[in-house]
Design a protein around this ligand. Structure first.
Ligand code: 3H9
Length: 682
């Protein structure tokens, strides 16, 4: 293997340049190259200062995540860092792209930092269930203080270079495109001015401000308890920053190592690292090569200005893509436009957008009452009422109106896309683009390929999803595609379980403790029982509640009673309705169940459905199913999603559990269990 480092000198300045695509992660080859470069310049008396710079698209993006859990190879990060920090020559980190995690920690080891304005720096380890384990928890508070460090490290937010200079995270800005020259000039200036070797570890003033003030940490824990629920990393980050404040540097480093060790071996972090790669894997489609041409989408049409159509439209406006928004009636169009405007104005009120930006986005909409106005768009997304005859009529008309070479997409959540496509003369241009509500917020986009969809249409829809900030997951046609089909058995299971003994609050509590924001009954009450039971023709439990005027939170209570502040309490009326319905169904109550049993009854059927989705080829891979659950249904990310979670539980146990509940386990699930294999780990 050729070295990923080049070491050159320019008039007394040594330049260590690392180029290890794609993102200069600090894997074994990079560590070796750093070791080599810095050792070489340490011994070279003609070198007075050193610039550390990266080739390619970014400064180091962090430790190599794929190395975690494997046997360590080559020099360790700490070893390399010690050589740099304790050398006798000033080192300047020259930053472009994103200096993240171990990458920014490496910059903190250097004595000075210079960055181009487009660069970002930060410590995002929390998103991988980790803490900055290469000294970041001890050094960053010494620059920005404990409170800012708590915020930066528990959110993982990257900081743009200009702001980083204000915070002291970066010392100077370089001119865009001139990083190398400016970094060398900066190094020369340091030498000329005889500036000292500044080691962040030696600073104390900022951490001293928080010393002996445990209330700072207590208040932070309290304010964020909800956001941190279920995650392990934020608490360990807080403890590490407490150590930075209270302990001498070396002791703090020991504490950091201990706390990092706890995290890197945790299931939560393994799950979050898996999710990091799963998100990127989702873009890869075996029969759609990477070099498949992406069709230009400069102008979009959206049909339907209701909740979904409006949310879909906002995604494109946010990405600066003009949208022609078509509705059948003026009143509905006006209402749709005013909802979009109100959403933006609310964002502006919260200070996350200017009023000028609101107007810019609104100006990108061309409202229309005629499908004919879609003649020249590059992509149409239909978001009208979920009825096959209506969809077919719309697509039949679009076929005669929209220019050839445009993509015709439907946002249907369960209808047969091939049948919709057949109502046009160009089924190969038809694709599903299924958004999740609220469509401007939820990050999942299911791209549904029909039997005839062209590969460039698939590639374009997937890429467009990425461009508007979604994670695109590819599905084939079936009732409910991936996410909705996957989660349906949970709803069915909860309706049966509540007749067998556990109360709505016990079931909801078990779901909440597993990590969902809300249990199925609280959720039904929020959405409205009349909405949920709308399509049912037979007697149902929700139907019985609706008959009593119990529509949920909005009217009369539902599975719970509500006070004027919408605080829920167990409902004796609902309990009676449940008992009566159980009697009607001939189901005997067995009383309450332990929480893990409730979770198994709700979620093992989901895993089983996932296995079917996989064996039928609806999803390409198990990790795509996990992404769909996490991003479409807020499945707790620290479990890794249903398929990863099933692997942690053990597939044998799931198979036995399903049988005991009277479910027939999917063939694939049984096969993997018998072979001792897993869904996500081979
Ligand atoms: C850490 O540093 C721990 C230390 O504190 C302590 C150590 C003791 N490792 O995202 P992209 C791959 S933890 C390995 O599509 P973009 C990625 O999988 C780390 N691989 O590009 C993908 O591969 P493929 C803290 C990595 O331009 C390819 O690079 N750092 C890593 O949209 C391109 O990635 C982070 O958490 C990595 N660290 O975004 C930063 N990073 O082509 C994680 C990326 O095969 N990285 N890959 O699919 C990111 O946030 C984004 O990748 C970045 C670029 C913003 C850098």
């Amino acid at each position: 293997m050729t070295s990923v480092g080049t070491y050159t000198t320019e008039d007394g300045i040594g330049i260590v340049e690392i180029n290890s695509p794609p993102v200069n992660a600090l894997g074994v080859n990079v560590r070796r190259a750093l070791n080599e470069g810095f050792s070489k310049f340490a011994q070279d008396d003609s070198v007075k200062a050193i610039v550390l710079i990266c080739g390619g698209r970014t400064f180091f993006a962090g430790a190599d995540i794929s190395e975690f859990g494997k046997a360590p190879e080559g020099p360790g990060l700490h070893e390399v860092f010690d050589i740099i920090e304790n050398g006798s020559k000033p080192v300047v980190a020259a930053i472009h792209g994103t200096a993240l995690g171990g990458g920014y920690e490496l910059a903190l080891i250097c004595h000075y930092r210079i960055a181009v304005p487009s660069a970002k720096v930060g410590l995002p380890e929390v998103n991988l269930g980790l803490l900055p384990g290469a000294g970041g928890t001890q050094r960053l508070p010494r620059i920005v203080g404990a409170e800012a460090a708590l915020d930066l490290m528990t959110t993982g937010r990257p900081v743009p270079a200009k702001k980083a200079v204000e915070l002291g995270m970066v010392d100077a800005l370089a001119e865009e495109g001139k990083l190398r020259e400016d970094a060398i000039a900066f190094a020369r200036r340091i030498l000329a001015e005889g500036r000292p070797l500044l080691r962040v570890r030696d600073r104390d003033d900022k951490v001293a401000e928080a010393r002996g003030k445990p209330e700072i940490f207590a208040a932070f824990r309290k304010a964020n308890a909800r956001a941190f629920r279920g995650f392990k990393a934020p608490e360990n980050i807080i403890k590490a920053i407490e150590a930075a404040v209270e302990l001498p540097f070396d002791k703090g480093m020991e504490r950091e190592r201990e706390l990092f060790g706890e995290l890197v071996t945790s299931t939560e972090s393994a799950a979050q690292r898996y999710v990091f790669f799963a998100e990127r894997e989702a873009a890869k489609i075996p029969d759609v090569p990477k070099d498949t041409p992406i069709l230009p989408v400069k102008k979009v049409g959206v049909i339907g200005a209701g909740t979904m159509g409006g949310g879909i439209t906002m995604n494109f406006l946010n990405a600066g893509i003009p949208v022609t928004l078509v509705e059948a009636r003026q009143e509905a169009l006006d209402r749709g436009l005013s909802v979009i405007r109100r959403n933006y104005e609310n964002t502006a009120r919260k200070g996350r957008m200017t009023m000028e930006q609101v107007e810019q986005r609104m100006a990108l909409i061309t409202p229309s009452l005629k499908l004919e106005d879609l003649a020249d768009v590059d992509l149409v997304i239909e978001a009208v009422f979920e009825s096959m005859p209506i969809k077919k009529e719309v697509f039949g008309k679009l076929d005669t109106i929209v220019k050839q070479g445009a993509i015709l997409a439907t946002n249907t959540s369960f209808l047969d896309i091939d049948e919709i496509a057949a109502s046009t003369s160009r089924p190969e241009w038809v694709v599903g683009m299924h958004f999740f509500s609220p469509a401007n917020v939820m990050r999942l986009l299911e791209v549904v390929r029909g039997a005839k969809t062209r590969t460039d249409v698939i590639a374009t829809a997937m890429e467009l999803g990425r461009k508007i900030g979604k994670v695109s997951v590819l599905a084939r046609v079936c009732d409910g595609f991936i996410a909705n089909r996957l989660m349906k058995p949970r709803g069915v299971a909860s309706q049966i379980l509540v007749l067998q003994g556990p109360t709505p609050q016990e079931i909801d509590q078990a779901s909440y403790n597993y990590g969902f924001a809300m249990g199925p009954f609280a959720m039904s009450d929020l959405v409205g029982l009349d909405v949920i039971g709308r399509d049912s023709t037979e007697r149902t439990l929700t139907g019985d509640l609706v008959k009593l005027g119990r529509l949920g939170q909005k009217q009369g209570g539902g599975f719970y009673d509500y006070d004027e502040n919408r605080k829920a309490t167990p409902s004796p009326v609902a309990a009676q309705v449940i008992a009566d319905f159980a009697a009607h169904k001939g189901i005997n109550s067995h009383g309450s169940l332990p929480e893990d049993e409730i979770v198994a009854r709700l979620l093992y059927p989901v895993v089983n459905e996932g296995a079917k989705i996989l064996e039928e080829g609806i999803a390409i891979r198990a990790s795509d199913i996990d992404m769909a659950a996490i991003l479409g249904y807020n499945w707790p990310v620290y479990t890794g999603g249903p398929m990863f979670w099933a692997d942690t539980v053990g597939l044998k146990k799931i198979v036995e559990g399903l049988k005991a509940m009277g479910h027939e386990p999917a063939k694939l699930l049984v096969k993997l269990a018998e072979e001792g294999k897993t869904f996500t780990r081979g």
